[in-house]
Design a binder for this molecule. Structure first.
Ligand code: A3P
Length: 326
């Protein structure tokens, strides 16, 4: 490394050491950086993203809190905007051989991870399409100032919580009794309710994008996972395509183009693909972990009465008067 790089590294370390820090429920330390809890292993990448990314007007950014349906949104958006390039019903559609996270990289996990800058110039898509988990307030200025567009997918906090719980459970010691599992889940809920979890607090994340979508509806499209599940997501997919300036024509709609995309991106189809059963495209995660049940309301199978009370109260308090309900 050059002297300059070494100095930059030193400065970054000193900066990290100055941030409030908490041990997350499981995994890595979280740093409280610009109003959110940033997992330690991506802090450096987040800062690089903020510092160096230059948004272009045609760019599309998919923003989500982890476990809100990011993988699905990536698939739907990729298939929708690239349908002229890759007809949905063709047997060589990229979604049949690549996981959605390969086609739409995360800024903080992929693009701004060391040495991955080539991802800034994708050649498999007609628009640059990226994703991020960081909150609106922390997005690079050029994203806010340019005409690039942001799609935010939100999911009800109960299901988001359970989805993450199931996602992480695998990395805890195997063979927990039901009781141990319960108490561990209750412990995680306490972290969640305090907002101390990757890219949390949940409410600040959601409300940041929600408020921006109200103020600048041309800039931020706010979509709910639950609405996407409604009527095969047709209404939401039309909204999405229009917002991104790739509207479906009447002819396409009559010919079933929207249904075709919905089917290609369905959990059932994606989950059974070889690439998603056996592949691995993110450093610590096998592709199959991104596909579980995909149901609305699965949380009722997990929550005890006291857990419902706790989360209900927090969510009511934080979302009261915002116009957003779950
Ligand atoms: P569940 O754990 O409730 O099943 P993310 O992609 O943000 O990591 O979110 C993962 C959640 O989205 C998981 O929810 C997963 O099953 C669900 N999901 C993944 N692909 C989906 C799809 N094509 N359609 C609907 N839900 C999907």
């Amino acid at each position: 490394a050059s002297k300059e790089e070494e100095e930059e590294e030193e400065a970054a370390k000193a900066f990290e050491a100055s941030l409030p820090k908490e041990k997350g429920f499981l995994g890595p330390y979280l740093y409280f950086y610009q109003g959110f809890w940033c997992p330690s292993r991506v802090l450096h990448n987040v800062i690089s993203f903020q510092k160096h990314f230059e948004a272009q007007d045609g760019d599309i950014i998919l923003a989500t809190k982890p476990k809100s349906g990011t993988t699905w949104l990536k698939a739907l958006t990729f298939a929708t905007i690239n349908r002229a390039l890759y007809p949905t019903n063709h047997s060589n559609h990229p979604l049949l051989t690549s996981n959605p996270h390969e086609l739409v990289p995360f800024m903080e996990f992929n693009v701004y991870a060391h040495g991955n800058q080539h991802l800034l110039h994708p050649n498999n898509s007609c628009s640059r399409l990226f994703s991020t988990h960081i909150p609106y307030a922390a997005l690079p200025k050029s994203i806010k100032d340019s005409h690039c567009r942001i799609v935010y997918l939100c999911r009800n906090p109960f299901d988001t919580f359970i989805s993450f719980w199931e996602f992480t459970k695998g990395s805890m010691s195997k063979g927990m009794s039901l009781e141990e599992e319960r108490s561990s889940m209750a412990e995680y809920l306490e972290y969640f309710s305090r907002g101390v979890e990757g890219f949390g607090p949940f409410w600040d994340h959601v409300l940041g994008y929600w408020k921006e979508s109200l103020e600048r509806p041309d800039k931020v499209l706010f979509v709910k996972y639950e609405d996407l599940k409604d009527h095969d997501g047709i209404r939401e997919m039309k909204r999405l395509a229009e917002f991104l300036s790739f509207p479906f024509t009447v002819e396409e709609e009559r010919g079933g183009a929207i249904h075709e995309i919905a089917k290609l991106c369905s959990l059932k189809i994606l989950k059974d693909l070889e690439v998603n059963k056996k592949g691995k495209c993110m450093p610590h995660v096998e592709n199959k972990m991104f596909f579980r049940k995909g149901e609305v309301g699965d949380w009722v199978n997990y929550f005890t009465t006291s857990m419902v009370e706790l989360l209900d109260q927090v969510i009511k308090e934080k979302f009261n008067g915002t116009g957003l309900t779950f």
